[in-house]
Design a protein around this ligand. Structure first.
Ligand code: BGC
Length: 407
């Protein structure tokens, strides 16, 4: 058993270590852009937004948003000036999925189809934007094929299949059956939502909630693994990094133990160190003497950290949350280092989504503190701003549904 008395110290991470985390991430992103099969998958999405295909007043789209086990459905209308508004929903459902227990595919597709019927309110042949928060390989037609489940969720029989087409097939002749579907990762939806903000050189879509991941735009020429047939008109390609699968240096023995006990050992090592689905389990491993409901995730840590009466476990909860924020900041810096290098000055906006990022007290501030100093340690010359956008996932996904395919 690992020693629990100095548990909080195991989660401390200094600036030199954070710089190494950032540099390692940058190198792994580079590998992922060059070839398939690397730790950071760097998955290009073949949907262009804002290029001749920009939405116009009068258009509507259906949106599905599958996060952890939460499903949201909405209908979005485009009004004057291209502004988008939620016209129906968001309807929210919690799927009755238990961690590590496979959920039946038919029931999963049926629940989504019914949610779409409800928000379509009788409208037919609308395009569907599907925000699918799991690693999936985009197809040129705008669909995406599930690579594997993460965050303890498993739905039987969907791996290796196109998630959009599977839903359309299951909807048969249903009135609300969409005419086409665009599947985007939640980080890509956040990235698209960032485009409606003030001009900046770089955009990053960041999720820190149940899971963790980032997306950014890369010039097509940087993505060595793209086939000539995939090089469409636009130069900047949205890339879903799947950075949660990064194995960073400087993790603790508790992280290794958590990984070994998890449903997917060896995968999602970064996500397991930073995201809400795992932080409760990490705390429980550091304090085996205490009884706790680990399924409450980050909320458990937030309460313990705030209580001030729980002594050493409260301190560890604090240290785990703080390390999470510091690692997230390092991952942002690593991505910017890979994207822009040290040779030019640039500005970047990080459109962040996720309850851990926005709701854990002091979390965002810790990320910003590291973002104020770490870039210069890495030789980056940049200003980085963290931003929120209301309903970012829904709006970014609607934009994807209403925008042009690259092909
Ligand atoms: C998934 C990503 C997703 C992230 C945040 C991870 O577990 O692999 O696709 O973006 O969670 O939801």
């Amino acid at each position: 058993m690992l020693e629990s008395r100095s548990a909080s110290g195991q989660f401390e991470i200094g600036v030199p270590q954070l710089a190494e985390v950032a540099q390692a991430l940058s190198a792994r992103v580079e590998e992922g852009l060059a070839e398939d099969g690397h730790e950071i998958a760097a998955l290009p999405t073949f949907i262009s937004v804002g290029e001749g295909g920009a939405p116009v007043a009068g258009q509507s789209a259906l949106v599905l948003d599958l996060g952890g086990t939460n499903l949201r459905a909405a209908r979005v209308n485009v009004v004057g000036g291209g502004e988008m508004v939620v016209a129906a929903g968001p309807l929210e459902l919690t799927l009755p999925i238990r961690r590590g227990v496979a959920f039946p595919l038919e029931q999963f597709l049926g629940l989504q189809a019914r949610a779409l019927e409800e928000v379509a309110e009788g409208q037919t042949h609308l395009p569907l934007g599907y925000c699918f928060s799991y690693p999936a390989r985009s197809t040129a037609q705008g669909d995406a094929t599930l690579i594997r489940w993460t965050k303890g969720v498993t739905i039987a029989g969907l791996e290796g299949r196109p998630v959009g087409r599977s839903l359309l097939d299951a909807m048969g002749e249903a009135l609300a059956r969409p005419e086409r579907v665009a599947v985007v990762n939640d980080t890509v939806a956040a990235l698209f939502a960032s485009l409606s903000g003030p001009a900046t050189d770089g955009h990053v879509g960041l999720i820190v909630g149940t899971g963790n991941n980032m997306a950014t735009f890369f010039p097509a020429g940087r993505i060595g693994k793209l086939q000539a047939s995939e090089l469409g008109g636009s130069d900047l390609i949205p890339v879903n990094l799947e950075s949660g699968n990064f194995s960073p240096p400087h993790l603790s023995p508790f992280d290794a133990q958590l990984d070994q006990l998890s449903e997917n050992p060896g995968y999602q090592r970064f996500e397991k160190a930073v995201s809400g689905a795992y932080l409760g389990r990490l705390l429980a491993l550091a304090h085996p003497e205490m009884e706790m409901d680990t399924e409450r995730g980050a909320q458990l840590l937030v309460e313990l950290a705030a209580s001030g009466t729980r002594g050493v476990a409260g301190e560890t909860a604090n240290a785990i949350l703080r390390r999470s924020a510091r690692l997230v900041a390092a991952s942002i810096c690593g991505l910017l280092l890979c994207r822009f290098g040290t040779g030019c000055e640039f500005s970047a906006r990080i459109l962040a989504e996720g309850s851990l990022f926005w709701k854990a007290p002091g979390y965002k501030e810790e990320v910003e503190r590291v973002l104020a100093t770490l870039p210069s340690q890495l030789g980056l010359r940049c200003t980085v701003q963290v931003a929120a956008s209301p309903n970012a996932n829904i709006m970014g996904t609607a934009l994807a549904a209403l925008s042009a395919r690259r092909h």
